[in-house]
Design a protein around this ligand. Structure first.
Ligand SMILES: C[S@@+](CC[C@H](N)C(=O)[O-])C[C@H]1O[C@@H](n2cnc3c(N)ncnc32)[C@H](O)[C@@H]1O
Length: 226
């Protein structure tokens, strides 16, 4: 996530899971003028700072905070999200920052049907998670297959619900939250083909919608293609 989410109604985590994904995410973005903080994900910034820039693919880029940071650090970015509203916000933020389409190529598309047109030195998926249908394994596998030798795959995901979302059912937990080991298994990323640089859960402190402070668990996976 681009830093921390703007606090929002926790019912979003509990909504029915059968809504069409495009409709769900368009509505989610349209109902507030800004959903995420606009800041880069701190894990991405920390880890990617050590890599030479190249071509990056940001899966489920949202309002584009990570993509903008990558572009500002020399990466040529393809930023993809299912929401046209989110993509338009990313484009507007890029224009305001003087970052042109040659540095971030914005794509409004369902990643389930979208095919990468090049190889990448970095694929990042920060909180590519959804309470509605999302064929996440297929998307991550397809993107990982386009990582060049020596390139990196970074996945940051919620490993557990926030302490303030107590209404979540076990079924929803199963659908939405992942351990880092589950991420690697779902990818089929064996150590024969990939260096497993980081496969761990990290805690961070966050503020909930009513101002309550709690610890969130993030699953971090960083792999390098051999
Ligand atoms: C939890 S948000 C994270 C956004 C952003 N990566 C961040 O960290 O701020 C998940 C994002 O995935 C996008 N998304 C969900 N399903 C998608 C799909 N099938 N194809 C493309 N994007 C999708 C949503 O629109 C949303 O922007």
């Amino acid at each position: 996530m681009t830093g921390m989410p703007i606090p929002h109604d926790p019912r979003h985590h509990n909504e029915p899971t059968h809504e069409d994904p495009t409709r769900f995410w368009e509505r989610r973005y349209a109902e507030s003028h800004q959903v995420w903080s606009g800041r880069v994900n701190s894990v991405l910034a920390e880890l990617v700072a050590g890599f030479g820039p190249g071509r990056a693919l940001d899966l489920g880029c949202g309002e584009g905070g990570d993509s903008l940071w990558l572009a500002q650090h020399g990466w040529e970015v393809t930023a993809v999200d299912i929401s046209t509203v989110a993509i338009a916000r990313g484009q507007a933020a890029a224009a305001a920052a003087g970052i042109g389409p040659e540095r971030v190529h914005w794509v409004a598309a369902d990643l389930t049907d979208w095919t990468p047109s090049s190889d990448y030195e970095l694929v990042s998926a920060c909180f590519l998670q959804s309470p509605v249908e999302l064929d996440r394994s297929r998307i991550l596998r397809a993107a990982a297959s386009r990582i060049a030798p020596g390139g990196h795959l970074l996945i940051v995901s919620h490993a557990a619900p926030p302490p303030w979302a107590s209404g979540l059912s076990g079924h929803d937990h199963h659908r939405v939250f992942f351990t880092p080991q589950q991420e690697v298994e779902a990818l089929g990323a064996t150590e024969g083909d990939w260096e497993h640089l980081i496969v761990e859960t990290r805690q961070r402190t966050a503020t909930g919608p009513d101002g309550q402070v709690g610890e969130l668990d993030d699953a971090i996976v960083l792999l390098r293609r051999k």
